[in-house]
Write a protein that binds this ligand. Structure first.
Ligand code: GAP
Length: 458
């Protein structure tokens, strides 16, 4: 992945700050790497994504439920999962300016085929072979130290008061919270294999070089689903989930030419097969979502480490078995970046240049904005407020009232945040109880009766 920030990405970052989607974390203190805070419109956009994902992953299925497990778990969870020993990225430090980099990214930038999953010795060998071509992107020196595998789990001191206390980790994926509760869910009596458990929640990773805005953060949110299935049915189930996940992005209105599948060449330690849905971000093709066939690795490990029997009975054969797991995993923040990049556009309307987020209406943070034609005519303002209140009474999604600046400026502002419709109350409204509805993408305007406005917008 190239290191320079793309111009389009810079524009998106600036717009996100200007209009209240996303702010740099701890900005007034100079920032805190790998963290970004969601502003008022960002929260709305997030909620829309979460709702669409939850509907697609749970409500549209009979046998998929949700849980909300703790961020903190027993340290044993991460020993059993393999993350304590095997979840690392290759760190290399420039001896000149002390900037830290992922060795696989530096190698990739000069066209060398590197992999984050390479063993430490293997990546050091490759790094040494190409050392003379490797330049620090920050200071320009060719002076890197040795590559070291750096564990990604973030540690904490929660409940640790003595030296001998077990190390504590913040969760590195939401999946483990599902595995350690899988027996509880089965025991509730409502579910039987095959069934799925989904979870949305915060995840923490000590990323060496968090970058590209929401793409690689240290604190981020995952939306994961673990599907527990009979071993013999797992390969077909895996293919079904791959199809289903790609169709989800189609339904979100994402350009299909910007999505593709990529199989992992080197499998992460828990996976038997792994494919990524990649999106063509402003900085190139990159992983958006992972669909993994994890086999019986996770449940077998937790059974071994906890001593609790995690097998289930096959009623037909009378044999006990450990279910296999098919996982779908996407970062909410990365998905939001993808939606923003996909929707960002610069065009001309009425002879004027404009910036517009062409978000699908179900993703747009503000569903409609209501204006009085003129802000200095109390009768227009009162009528506009009346229409606004009327719509808000029945509409649970965000409707905005806006009388700031002239109408042209309001249109530009709403275009920038992706509002699909602007509704203007003007003098004709007093004559025939109609308003003007202007569509974001075409600029076309039509007169709609106030009594039909909500139906029209929906
Ligand atoms: N449970 C499997 C798992 O965690 P992963 O490939 O490490 O697999 C899954 O992560 C997804 O989480 C990725 O496809 C990406 O969307 C998101 N993700 C991973 N690291 C991220 C980071 N540092 N910042 C934002 N999103 C991230």
């Amino acid at each position: 992945m190239p290191d320079q920030t793309d111009a389009k990405l810079e524009k998106i970052v600036a717009l996100c700050k200007r209009r209240g989607f996303v702010y740099q974390g701890s900005e007034i203190y100079g920032g805190f790497a790998g963290t970004w805070d969601y502003g008022p419109l960002g929260v709305e956009l997030r909620r829309n994504v979460v709702e669409a994902w939850t509907k697609a992953m749970t409500r549209e299925h009979e046998n998929i439920t949700m849980i909300d497990s703790s961020i903190f778990t027993s340290g044993k969870v991460w020993q059993a999962s393999g993350h304590v020993s095997g979840f690392s990225d290759p760190l290399v430090i420039c001896q000149g300016c002390h900037n830290k980099y992922r060795a696989d990214h530096l190698l990739e930038n000069i066209g060398a085929v590197a992999d984050e999953k390479m063993a430490e010795a293997e990546i050091n060998k490759l790094f040494d072979e190409r050392r003379r071509d490797l330049v620090c992107p920050n200071c320009g020196q060719k002076n890197f130290g040795r590559v070291a595998a750096k564990n990604l789990l973030a540690t904490a001191t929660l409940g640790m008061f003595e030296e001998s206390d077990e190390p504590v980790y913040l969760r590195g994926e939401t999946a483990q919270g599902i595995y350690i509760n899988y027996k509880n869910i089965l025991d509730s009596g409502f579910y039987a294999v095959p069934f799925g458990v989904a979870q949305i929640g915060k995840v923490f990773r000590n990323e060496i070089s968090p970058r590209q805005f929401l793409f690689r953060k240290r604190e981020f949110e995952q939306m994961e689903m673990q599907y527990f299935v009979q071993p013999q049915a797992a390969p077909a189930t895996y293919e079904e989930w791959k199809r289903e996940r790609m169709s989800f992005y189609d339904r979100l209105g994402v350009a299909q030419t910007k999505l593709r599948w990529q199989q992992h060449e080197k499998m992460v330690f828990y996976a038997r097969d792994a494919w990524d849905i990649q999106y063509e971000f402003p900085f190139g093709w990159n992983e958006l979502e992972g669909v993994h066939y994890r086999g019986d690795y996770d449940l077998t490990q937790h059974q071994k480490f906890s001593g609790v029997d995690l097998s289930v009975l096959d009623e037909k054969t009378g044999q006990r078995f450990i279910p296999h797991i098919v996982e779908t995993s996407v970062g909410l923040d990365r998905l939001i970046l993808m939606l923003l990049a996909d929707a960002y556009d610069e065009d001309e309307m009425g002879g004027e240049k404009r910036v517009v987020f062409k978000l699908a209406p179900n993703m747009a943070p503000v569903k409609a904005a209501i204006f009085p034609l003129l802000r200095n005519k109390p009768a227009l303002v009162d009528k506009a407020r009346e229409v606004y209140r009327q719509i808000k009474q029945t509409e649970t999604r965000l409707i905005m009232f806006d009388d700031n600046g002239n109408i042209g400026k309001r249109y530009r502002r709403q275009d920038e945040i992706g509002t699909p419709y602007c509704v203007t109350i003007d003098f004709q409204t007093f004559e025939d109880d109609t308003v003007t509805v202007r569509a974001r993408d075409t600029g076309e305007q039509e007169r709609v009766k106030i009594v039909e406005l909500l139906t029209h917008l929906n």
